[in-house]
Design a binder for this molecule. Structure first.
Ligand code: GA4
Length: 331
């Protein structure tokens, strides 16, 4: 892939990861959605890792390659052109700066809402003759990935023996669902390690606030997840599969049974990484609370009551690496 624009490296030399890469790791759960045992494996993966890879996902390859082509074209534009579609407040083009509170990474990105009301007008001038191509590629990709994400959520509800199998998926299917779509481009980073051999960061460690996130990347490595013991493992890239992670809201709805996984992207010296992530979120007014049917005996909720709007508002006041759920835990 072409090396797209190169952000200045200077300010990144101080961003370091904390732990040396360990030598032995469990492997990432692999779920074949076409197999009848997938629901129990999904539950196990959400409990142990909050993260898994899915194959036989049913998302047409054509949708994936179309969108990747559009994304590469967009990121290949001159910086001054891309900046016309920014800043990401909260939607649009962003470069190095992540969120509103001073986080930075070796990354450029486009943040979009999945709502049909999204105004693509500011893209028209830069996407050339046919801005509709971009819009269609996003729409068909997001619809297919959302469908697959909802199927996974329904299998999870089944696996947890919840009667209403749409208890999670209905939040994403709702017209008011507050879901987000993100295209990331990590240009090759000329020096990806500091003097002590620690990796420089593409996207700093964090958990996702939503219910689930569905990620697909090209064949460039970089994504890492944190295990329960605090060790980080690298996720081998696989452009034909999807990676799904549990978000904070699903952790709360399962009263902590499922874990919202901490993850990050480390810089790669040689290749560009392009990823596309659908963040499935509930409507703003939705109350996020443990499902009564998942509470055993006299089990108490671990969390104070809040709506998705309240959680999101608080998330946007936080730094990327903060433990956002901490503020909502009962003491
Ligand atoms: C993490 C998950 C999604 O990428 C995102 C991010 C958002 C942003 O990039 O604007 C946030 C981050 C994410 C959580 C805390 C706040 C908001 C950056 C940040 C520092 C789009 C989201 O929904 O939350």
């Amino acid at each position: 892939m072409v090396v797209l624009s190169k952000p200045a490296i200077k300010q990144f030399s101080l961003i370091k990861t904390c732990k040396p890469t360990p030598t032995f790791f469990p492997s990432i759960p692999l779920i074949d959605l076409s197999k009848p045992d997938s629901k129990s494996l999904l539950v196990k993966a959400c409990e142990e890792f909050g993260f898994f890879k899915v194959i036989n996902h049913g998302v047409p390859t054509e949708f994936i390659t179309n969108l990747e082509t559009e994304a590469v074209q967009f990121f290949s534009l001159p910086l001054s052109e891309k900046e016309k579609t920014g800043p990401p407040n909260p939607f649009g083009y962003g470069n190095k700066s992540i969120g509103p509170n001073g986080d930075v990474g070796w990354v450029e990105y486009l943040l979009l809402t999945t709502s049909p009301q999204f105004d693509y007008q500011r893209f028209e001038s830069i996407l050339g003759k046919n801005p509709e191509n971009f819009r269609c590629a996003v729409d068909e990709y997001v619809s297919a990935v959302k469908r697959m994400g909802c199927e996974v959520l329904e299998l999870l509800a089944d696996g947890l023996n919840i009667q209403a199998r749409d208890v999670f998926s209905k939040l994403l299917k709702n017209e008011q669902s507050d879901s987000v779509f993100r295209l990331n481009h990590y240009p090759p980073c000329p020096e990806n390690q500091d003097m002590n051999g620690r990796n420089l960061i593409g996207f700093g460690e964090h958990t996702d606030p939503q219910i689930i996130s569905v990620l697909r990347s090209n064949n460039t490595s970089g994504l890492q997840i944190s295990l329960r013991d605090g060790n980080w493992i690298s996720v081998p890239p696989d452009q034909n599969s999807f990676f799904i992670n549990v978000g904070d809201s699903l952790q709360v709805m399962t009263n902590g049974k499922f874990k919202s996984v901490r993850h990050r992207v480390v810089a790669n010296t040689l290749k560009s990484r392009v990823s596309m992530i659908y963040f499935g979120g509930p409507p703003l007014s939705e109350k996020i609370a443990p499902l009564p049917s998942l509470m055993e005996g006299s089990e108490d909720s671990l969390y104070k009551e809040f709506t998705w709007f309240e959680y999101k508002k608080s998330a946007y006041k936080s730094r990327l690496a903060d433990n956002r759920l901490g503020l909502f835990e009962k003491i």
